[in-house]
Design a protein around this ligand. Structure first.
Ligand code: M6R
Length: 604
């Protein structure tokens, strides 16, 4: 998954390409490049390994000139993060940037002559470019040719192509990966998301699935998947798409952790009206839908999956509503059973996670009652494809490690619990509403422990590995804590349910090791206390993050005042976020852009 930015302007293009790429780095940042064409048809290519900052530096040494160009920031899927694998790729006077994954074996099987050629890179993108180049020069209608040639490509892509022989043109296509067209007085643009266009354009239009586009000067021709002429569906920019500033924080992650009380409070206002759940937020007919649901299937990846696991504990205990949760990448490839009146829920911060989208599309064939998405991006593929949408209001989350978006997902899932209860006239909904109302303040309180957590982070030994334990909803919370620590501290951190300890993980314990214990469930306090004793008996230390007292003395303990345990995982979450953040900070890591990862995983 990668970021694409391209423009055809009435002024020099290179600086805008660079700025565009910088705002797309969340999609990948292991290599970057651009190709710029001048009016004489000279193609200037600059590619570097590493971040866009390296590209900026290279361009300062080696300028490029021209008003039309394509640029790319990459997240390696085929081939390492090298200059040779960086985009744009060149072939026979064509230059192309590509986002997505192509089934290259299938492609080469169709054109065996390509398989014989020496390749300049290890990428599927170069294979795709050569496939497109096969009949390019002979094609009189390039757009038609592009669409025909892409029809036999398996995989997903968004791509932009330029041709030395037509220095005023660029061509674009998308299938499975987003691409947005933008315009301003200066010219026309294409980018992987709207946010990258916002500083330059007054309007943008999302390209539909299967669309192809030709841009010549300021004139465009757009065709839909059926080859019919289309007009771009122009829209303005919303407030949320404005560029995000770190406001004095050293890292976006730190800022995003501290934004949590504020975003929860403003989201809450939008979820309720006159003290009641605003069901129309989900779409029309939501009340009837929530009444009808007999079971829920939730699909998600990563942190969003952890949110789903926590909701399973809640809905089964509080609503007696059976919930199945599955990792989207597993669900999409297996035969599963769909019971009558089951609501499909898909959770994704970005709404572009390839496995989650594929799982949603696969599930559509299974006969679910309806699909409901929980997503932070109104324009995402997921938001467009679900029947009902609960849009979270976390605002742009830049750091790859998800913090505020996850907490907003949990708030949305908790709100859904009360919405289910409300439509079913269950008595508890008002009590739950009161607790959610108080949540932003409780999160501020959790954040007030930052200095203590920072000291823990400085002292925490993470080698040879570190364990995190939880029980009940604190078990998925432990999984989230482990993920955060792995993601930005690059250490093996393993999460287990407390009860599983003696089924294997105890063997890992040795003196000096730290086991982080998360405990927010009073009814499981004695059970967790027994696990803590097992750990300490083996000479390992227990550092306990809890809500309410446990009958045990941990080696270190941070105890939040006891409240109704329902939302305890949400109140403990900022503590584990801060622990990971401060640990990564003390190690001097690149916190917002951890190695090998990307914010939005738009490829499988
Ligand atoms: O955009 P999504 O919520 O679908 O993303 C899912 C995961 O890729 C994401 O949660 C990932 O695990 C985060 N980097 C975790 O911090």
């Amino acid at each position: 998954m990668c970021g694409i930015f391209a423009a055809s302007l009435q002024q020099q293009v290179a600086n805008q390409l660079l700025s565009g790429l910088e705002s797309l780095e969340y999609r990948g940042y292991d290599s970057a490049g651009m190709a710029v064409l001048n009016a004489a048809g000279q193609l200037q290519l600059v590619r570097v390994a590493g971040k866009v900052a390296n590209l900026r530096q290279r361009l300062a040494e080696q300028g490029v000139h021209g008003q039309l160009g394509i640029a790319h920031t990459r997240w390696a899927t085929h081939g390492g993060a090298t200059q040779a694998n960086a985009h744009p790729h060149l072939y026979q006077g064509l230059a192309m940037v590509h986002n997505g994954i192509i089934e290259q074996q299938a492609l080469l099987a169709q054109a065996p002559e390509l398989a014989q050629q020496p390749w300049l890179s290890d990428t599927d993108s170069e294979r795709l470019l050569r496939w497109l180049a096969l009949g390019w020069r002979q094609a009189s209608d390039k757009l038609l040719y592009l669409q025909q040639q892409l029809a036999s490509v398996q995989g997903q892509y968004s791509l932009v192509l330029i041709d030395q022989q037509q220095p005023d043109c660029l061509w674009a296509a998308r299938s499975g990966s987003p691409l947005v067209l933008g315009r301003s007085e200066q010219g026309a643009y294409l980018a992987s998301d709207s946010q990258a266009l916002q500083p330059w354009c007054h309007e943008r239009a999302l390209l539909d699935e299967g669309a192809v586009l030709q841009l010549q000067g300021q004139e465009w021709q757009l065709r839909d998947a059926q080859g019919q002429q289309q007009e771009p569906k122009w829209q303005g920019f919303s407030q949320q798409q404005q560029r995000v500033d770190r406001n004095g924080y050293a890292h976006y992650m730190h800022q995003e952790i501290h934004q949590q009380p504020e975003v929860l409070a403003s989201s809450w206002q939008q979820l309720m009206t006159n003290g009641k759940p605003r069901l129309e937020r989900l779409g029309s007919g939501a009340e009837q839908l929530l009444k009808q649901v007999k079971e829920v299937q939730i699909l998600a990846c990563g942190s969003s999956h952890h949110a789903a696991l926590i909701a399973k504990y809640w809905y089964e205990a509080h609503l007696q509503l059976p919930v199945r949760v599955e990792i989207a990448s597993e669900y999409r490839y297996r035969q599963s059973v769909c019971q009558a009146d089951t609501l499909l829920m898909v959770i994704s911060q970005s709404g572009e996670t390839a496995d989650t989208l594929a799982a949603l599309r696969h599930a559509r064939q299974q006969g679910y009652l309806a699909s409901l998405g929980i997503c932070n991006q109104a324009e995402s593929s997921l938001a467009q494809e679900v029947d009902y949408l609960l849009l979270t209001q976390a605002g742009p989350e830049i750091s790859v490690a998800s913090t505020k978006a996850l907490l907003c997902q949990l708030q949305a899932l908790a709100w859904l619990q009360l919405a289910f209860a409300y439509v079913r006239q269950a008595p508890n909904w008002q009590h739950w509403a009161d607790q959610l109302d108080a949540l932003p303040e409780s999160i501020s309180h959790s954040l007030s422990h930052e200095q203590q957590i920072r000291q823990w982070a400085l002292d925490l030994p993470l080698l040879p590995c570190c364990l995190v334990l939880g029980r009940g909803p604190s078990y998925p919370l432990a999984q989230e804590a482990a993920l955060k620590l792995q993601e930005i501290c690059y250490r093996p951190v393993l999460a287990f349910a407390g009860g599983e300890l003696k089924h294997g993980p105890l063997a890992l314990l040795e003196p000096g090791m730290v086991v982080i214990v998360l405990a927010g469930e009073p009814h499981l306090a004695n059970k967790m206390a027994a696990n803590i004793a097992e750990v300490q008996a083996r000479g390992a230390e227990v550092w306990l993050l809890s809500e309410g007292q446990l009958p045990v003395i941990a080696n270190r303990q941070l105890n939040l005042a006891e409240q109704d345990p329902w939302l305890a995982p949400l109140r403990l979450l900022p503590l584990v976020q801060l622990l990971a953040y401060h640990r990564a900070l003390s190690q001097g890591e690149l916190i917002d852009q951890p190695r090998n990862l990307a914010k939005s995983v738009t490829v499988e």
